[in-house]
Design a protein around this ligand. Structure first.
Ligand code: RIB
Ligand code: CA
Length: 331
């Protein structure tokens, strides 16, 4: 295999139901090597995020280091987690859990990212699917980090699609807009997988039932339970999602972009994040490369982001299905 086609990944996450889908896709995909999981507040409080990441790995029979990240946003006050979407435990209120055997890595998420990048310069990709405080903290610890990583793919933001927490803001960016603006202007190879594409990937609960029936395994039963809860929220909010009793596969699409970039259409340009006022959390993409705006914040040196604007959703869903039906679970 071409060594470049294998992806060594640190997964920054707030698990969370669609985060769990993404984690299991990463564990199941043969081209992804998960070198660590860094956790953040978001769908749940950070301590619950740590527990969920450890638990999901344990029941899948995998050992992956899990580091604890930020418990609150950089500047704005934190908000209560959205229990009505992901459940009070982030996994659709599981009726019971095995006792955890593993403990979190003693390092902070930011330190974990910096250490891994220094150990393997140019090899690690970051896939970030929660609020972006850990990435901003890692940049503060190691300003040369952008040159030490292979790239960053993040699920967050939106360009044309309406927001999901305000008319213009997507949840991950809304939850820490100041950190997000630092991340979008850091100068690393950055791909944004936002609502413009994640709202195209609708995954029905029947797909997760098929995966669970195929494996007959606690990990896929747990995923099915969590997705069933999550799908109630999306099915009530969006009529076209309700028709198939499904949900959006937000976070897994970041991994799908990593391994199958040809499924996406992109636009390249600087992205800035509004941090205050009614537009707080908006990701603003400069879409006209030939036009120079004279205002502060849009200088020609502001780094570019590759923003995903279209996706072959049928092929993405099929890749998800085939990957999860593969032989990836140990007993
Ligand atoms: O807006 C979707 C994002 O918000 C996903 O990362 C989901 O897990 C939630 O955190
Ligand atoms: Ca998430």
């Amino acid at each position: 295999m071409n060594p470049r086609s294998r992806h060594r990944v640190i997964f920054d996450t707030d698990p969370g139901v669609d985060d769990a889908m993404a984690l299991y896709f990463a564990l199941a995909h043969p081209d992804i090597e998960l070198v660590g999981i860094t956790t953040t507040f978001g769908n749940v409080r950070v301590e619950q995020a740590v527990q969920n990441a450890l638990y999901l790995c344990q029941i899948a029979g995998r050992t992956v280091p899990v580091a604890r990240g930020l418990a609150s946003p950089w500047v704005k006050p934190g908000e209560a987690p959205p229990e009505h979407i992901h459940g009070a435990d982030g996994l659709g209120n599981l009726p019971s859990r095995q006792a955890l055997r593993a403990q979190a890595d003693p390092r902070s998420a930011a330190q974990f990212i910096v250490d891994a990048a220094r150990e393997r310069p140019g090899e690690i990709s970051l896939v970030a699917v929660g609020p972006l405080g850990n990435l901003a903290a890692a940049l503060k610890l190691e300003p040369a980090l952008p040159g030490l990583l292979r790239g960053v793919v993040l699920m967050g933001g939106t360009v044309l699609e309406p927001g999901n927490v305000s008319p213009v803001a997507e949840a991950n960016i809304w939850n820490d807009p100041h950190a997000a603006d630092i991340v979008f202007t850091a100068g690393w190879p950055l791909t944004m997988v936002g609502l413009d594409v994640t709202h195209r990937l609708i995954l029905p609960v029947t797909l997760f039932r098929e995966i669970a029936r195929h494996h007959q395994h606690l990990a896929t039963d747990t995923l099915l339970h969590a997705v069933d809860f999550y799908a109630h929220f999306y099915s009530q909010r969006f009529a076209h999602v309700g028709q198939v009793h499904g949900c959006f596969g937000h976070d897994v699409l970041a991994f799908i972009r990593l391994v199958a970039p040809g499924l996406f259409g992109t636009v390249n340009g600087p992205v800035r994040v509004a941090t205050e006022g009614p537009a707080a959390g908006q990701t603003i993409l400069k879409r006209l490369p030939e036009l120079h705006y004279p205002h502060p914040g849009w200088e020609p040196h502001v780094p570019c982001t590759e923003a995903c604007m279209s996706v072959d959703a049928t092929a993405a869903a099929d890749l998800f299905r085939q990957t999860l039906l593969g032989d990836w679970l140990t007993r």
